[in-house]
Design a protein around this ligand. Structure first.
Ligand code: PEP
Ligand code: MG
Length: 755
C-alpha cells in the first residue's frame, strides 16, 4: 500500500494542473482500493456548496452538476464537521441524500474525508462501494494522506484561476494570495521569475515573440549535449563494461530527433521559451515512465530528467535570454528569493518582491525593507512557474499578492501608495528634530545597513549613526572573500559617510540562512549550526583580516564600534575580544594610528540572556538581536512561513527577556541597544522605551515613524504601558493593548502598517 501511495503522491505532485491532479486521484484510488466509486467534490465559497468535480464510477454527466449545501447528505456532514465519515450502509443513515444524476442508490459503503488547507475545508474526497461494509483504518489513512496532498494543489489552482476554469467560469481576476508581510509598502509591477540555475523543475514558463531564436538555442543545446555524452562515453569506454555504456546509447537515442526534441520544439512554436518548453516536455515524458509497473522502466524517468538538466545547462550557458536586465517596474518573484538576488537588481528598478518561502524576518525581507521595496514572503500557494510577465500587486502591509489585478484593485492600491507617500512626506519634517520623549529623554535612532546604496537614504532619514552594519552583505554579493584592502575601502565608505556619528560594524555573521556561495556549509540545522562568531573564531585568518580592515578604515575618523554576533558563552566573547586586541597590537606595531574601538556583544541567543551579568561585565555595550532572540526563545524558524504566525517578538516571553537584558546592562553601566526588526515597529518601540532602552537601530525606512512615536510619549507613560503589557498572556493581547495606546496618542496612521 505504501509503495502505491507514494506513486500516487508523486503523480499528483507532478500534475501540471488541478484537472489532472483530481483525475489521477480518482482513477488511482478506485484501482488501488478496489472500490466502485471515487469522487472529488470541491467547496465553492460563493455558493457555499460542494460541487462534484471528478469521479470514477459515477455518471460522468453529473460532473459539475451535482451540488449540495453543507447541511445536506453525508458529504455535507464531512464538509461541515471537517472530519471523516465512515458508514457501512449509507442509504440507512439519517443524513443520506439521494442524487438522481449519479445513480448513487446502489452504493452502501461510504467513506468521505475532508480536504483541508490552512484550516479551511476545500472539498471532500469520497469512496463508495456497493457492498455493505466498513472501510478499514488503513483505507482511511490512505484517503487522508491523499486529501492533504490534494489540498495544496487545490489552493494553488484557486490562485491560478484554474478552479474557476474547471467550473466553467473562466479565469478569476484579482485573486489574492496570502503570504506574510515582509517589507512595508505597496507596489504594482510586472513579474520577473528568478530561479536557481540548472534546476529544471524550477524553470518558469515565459512567453516569447522570437520563436526562431529559441528554436536555434534549443537545437544548439541538443547538439552540445550530444557531443558531451559522446565525449563521456569515450572517456569511460575503457573502464566501464559494454552493458553500462548502453546507457549512453540510450541517452543519444533520446536526443536523436526522438519525441523529446520534437515535442520541445512544438512547445517553443506554441510560444513558450526554450527552457520552459523543455521542462514541460521532460516532465510529461518522465511521468509516463513513472507510471510503469516495471522498476527498470521507472528508472528511465531519472535518465530523462538527467538529460533535461544537461540540456538546460547548455541553454543557460548560451542564454542572453537569461541575463536580460531587470527592467524598471519589476516585481522579483521566486521560490526562494535570496538576499543576493535583491542586491544584484539595479537600484530603483524593483517595485516589489515576492518569495514563496521565507518570512518577515528572513534576510531578504530585511534587505527589501532597507531598500524600501515592498515584499511579501512565504506565499506558498504562489504558482511561481506560471506567472512570469504577469501584472501583480504586492501589498507588503497585509502580506497579500494580487495576480492580474482588476482596474478597481489597481486603483485602490495606487491610492494606498499615495497615502503612504503623504505620510512619509509629513514624517520627513521630523528629520532634523531629535528623537526625544515628551519629558526630554533622548533615544538616539540609528540605521541598519549593509549595502553601499543604503548609506544615502540612511543619512537622509536623520539617523544618528549606524547601529548595525551587516558586513556579510558585501561578502554575499561577491564570488570570493573580499581582501583586507577591499574590506577597508567598503568599511571606510560607511564610517566616513556618518563620521563623527558612531558606526557599529558587526563582524561576519554568515551561516544560518546566509550561506556564502564560495564557502559552502552543508548542515541539517543551519540555524543551530556553524554561524556568526562560531565560524570566525574557527577561522582566525578570516576574523583577523576583517578586524584589521575595520580598524584601518576608522583611522582618523575614530567612530568605529565593533559588534560580535551569536555570542553564546563568555568564552566566545573573551576570545573575540582577544583577537580584536591582537589586531590592534599588530597595526600599532606596524605604525598605524589605530584607536581601540568599543566592542559589544550581540544578545540574540537565550544562553546569553541567562549569563547577561557575566557578558555585560566583559563588553563595552550590548546590542539585542531580537530577530534571532525571538527565533531561539520561541523555537520558531524565522524563515518558515508555516509557523510565521507563531513568530512574534511581542510574545510575553521575549518581552521579559528583553527587559531582563536591559536592566542587567544598566546595572553594569553598559548602554543597551536593540537592532532587530522590532525596533522599527511602533508598538514594540513604545515598550522598549518603557524598558529604558538607550538606542534603537532599524531600517532607515522605519526611522521617521519611530521618531514620531518617541516624540509622542513620555518615559513615564511608556513605563506604565510596559507594566501593564507585561501582565498580558499573549503577543496578540500585547499588540492590541499597545496599538490602542498608539491610537489614543493620535498615531493611528502607523498602526495599519502591520506589526
Ligand atoms: C538579529 O538577529 O536580530 C539581528 C539584528 O541580526 P540578523 O537579523 O542579521 O541575524
Ligand atoms: Mg542575528
Amino acid at each position: 500500500m505504501l509503495a502505491q501511495l507514494q506513486r500516487i503522491l508523486h503523480e499528483v505532485n507532478e500534475a501540471h494542473d488541478i484537472e489532472q491532479a483530481v483525475t489521477v486521484i480518482v482513477r488511482r484510488v478506485s484501482a488501488t482500493m478496489a472500490v466502485d466509486v471515487c469522487s472529488v467534490y470541491l467547496f465553492e465559497p460563493v455558493s457555499r456548496q460542494l460541487v462534484l468535480m471528478a469521479s470514477e464510477g459515477l455518471n460522468p454527466e453529473s460532473i459539475g452538476k451535482v451540488r449540495l449545501d453543507l447541511t445536506e447528505g453525508l458529504l455535507g456532514l464531512v464538509g461541515a464537521r471537517a472530519e471523516p465519515v465512515n458508514v457501512e450502509n449509507a442509504p440507512e443513515h439519517p443524513k443520506f441524500k439521494y442524487f438522481e444524476e449519479t445513480g448513487e442508490e446502489r452504493y452502501h459503503a461510504f467513506l468521505g474525508v475532508p480536504i483541508i488547507h490552512q484550516r479551511t475545508v476545500k472539498g471532500v474526497l469520497v469512496v463508495q462501494q456497493q457492498v455493505t461494509r466498513r472501510f478499514s483504518d488503513e483505507d482511511e489513512s490512505l484517503l487522508f494522506t491523499l486529501a492533504a496532498q490534494l489540498a495544496g494543489a487545490i489552493a494553488h489552482a484557486e490562485v491560478n484561476g484554474d478552479i474557476e476554469a474547471l467550473r466553467g467560469g473562466g479565469r478569476l481576476e484579482s485573486h489574492s494570495i496570502a503570504g506574510i508581510a515582509g517589507a512595508p509598502g505597496v507596489g504594482v509591477g510586472k513579474v520577473r521569475v528568478i530561479y536557481p540555475p540548472a534546476n529544471l523543475d524550477a524553470v518558469p514558463d515565459r512567453k516569447i515573440d522570437d520563436v526562431a531564436t529559441e528554436r536555434a538555442a534549443f537545437e544548439a543545446a541538443v547538439g552540445a549535449t550530444r557531443d558531451e555524452i559522446r565525449a563521456l562515453n569515450g572517456r569511460l569506454g575503457e573502464t566501464l563494461p559494454v552493458e553500462e555504456r548502453a546507457l549512453f546509447d540510450a541517452y543519444l537515442m533520446i536526443l536523436s530527433g526522438d519525441s523529446l526534441v520534437t515535442e520541445t520544439l512544438d512547445a517553443i512554436d506554441a510560444g513558450n521559451w526554450a527552457p520552459g518548453a523543455l521542462r514541460a516536455t521532460v516532465q510529461s515524458h518522465a511521468r509516463v515512465f513513472d507510471d510503469m509497473e516495471d522498476d527498470y522502466l521507472r528508472e528511465r524517468a531519472a535518465d530523462l530528467r538527467d538529460i533535461g538538466r544537461r540540456l538546460l545547462m547548455h541553454l543557460q550557458d548560451s542564454g542572453p535570454r537569461e541575463r536580460e536586465p531587470i527592467a524598471p517596474g519589476t516585481v522579483l518573484v521566486g521560490d526562494d528569493v535570496t538576499a543576493s538576488d535583491l542586491a544584484e537588481a539595479p537600484t530603483g528598478h524593483l517595485v516589489g518582491v515576492i518569495s514563496a518561502h521565507g518570512s518577515g524576518s528572513s534576510h531578504v525581507a530585511i534587505l527589501a525593507q532597507a531598500m524600501g521595496v515592498p515584499a511579501v514572503m512565504g506565499v506558498c500557494d504562489l504558482p511561481v512557474g506560471r506567472i512570469d510577465g504577469e501584472e501583480v500587486v504586492v501589498d507588503g502591509y497585509q502580506g497579500r499578492v494580487y495576480v492580474r489585478p482588476s482596474p478597481t484593485v489597481k486603483k485602490e492600491f495606487q491610492r494606498l501608495a499615495n497615502e503612504e507617500a503623504e505620510l512619509s512626506q509629513g514624517l520627513s519634517e521630523l528629520r532634523d528634530l531629535p528623537a526625544e520623549t515628551v519629558d526630554g529623554r533622548r533615544i538616539p535612532l540609528l540605521a541598519n545597513t549593509g549595502l553601499a546604496s543604503d548609506i544615502l537614504p540612511s543619512l537622509q532619514s536623520g539617523a544618528e549613526g549606524v547601529g548595525l552594519y551587516r558586513t556579510e552583505v558585501p561578502f554575499l554579493v561577491r564570488e570570493r572573500f573580499p581582501s583586507e584592502d577591499e574590506q577597508t575601502e567598503i568599511y571606510r565608505r560607511v564610517l566616513s559617510a556618518f563620521a563623527p556619528r558612531p558606526v557599529t560594524l558587526r563582524t561576519l555573521d554568515v551561516g544560518g540562512d546566509k550561506p556564502l556561495s564560495y564557502f559552502p556549509i552543508e548542515e541539517e540545522n543551519p540555524f543551530l549550526g556553524w554561524r556568526g562568531v562560531r565560524i570566525t573564531l574557527d577561522h582566525p585568518e578570516i576574523f583577523m583580516t576583517q578586524l584589521r580592515a575595520m580598524l584601518r578604515a576608522s583611522i582618523g575618523l575614530n567612530n568605529l564600534q565593533v559588534l560580535f554576533p551569536m555570542i553564546t558563552s563568555v568564552q566566545e566573547l573573551e576570545d573575540s575580544t582577544e583577537l580584536l586586541e591582537r589586531a590592534i597590537d599588530e597595526l600599532v606595531e606596524a605604525g598605524e594610528l589605530v584607536q581601540r574601538p568599543l566592542a559589544g556583544a550581540m544578545i540574540e541567543v537565550p544562553a546569553a540572556v541567562f549569563q547577561i551579568d557575566d557578558l555585560a561585565r566583559r563588553a563595552d555595550f550590548l546590542s539585542i538581536g531580537s530577530n534571532d532572540l525571538a527565533q531561539y526563545l520561541l523555537a520558531v524558524d524565522r524563515n518558515n512561513a508555516r509557523v510565521a504566525d507563531l513568530y512574534d517578538a511581542m510574545h510575553p516571553a521575549v518581552l521579559r527577556a528583553l527587559h531582563q537584558v536591559i536592566s542587567a546592562g544598566h546595572a553594569h553601566a553598559r548602554p543597551v541597544s536593540l537592532c532587530g526588526e522590532m525596533a522599527g515597529q511602533p508598538a514594540a518601540a513604545v515598550l522598549l522605551l518603557g524598558m529604558g532602552i538607550d538606542s534603537m537601530s532599524m531600517n532607515a525606512a522605519n526611522l521617521p515613524r519611530i521618531k514620531w512615536v518617541i516624540r509622542s510619549f513620555s518615559q513615564e507613560q511608556a513605563r506604565a504601558l510596559l507594566t501593564e503589557a507585561l501582565l498580558l498572556k499573549s503577543a496578540s493581547e500585547v499588540r492590541r493593548f499597545v496599538n490602542g495606546a498608539l491610537e489614543r496618542a493620535g498615531l493611528g496612521g502607523l498602526v495599519r502598517a502591520g506589526k
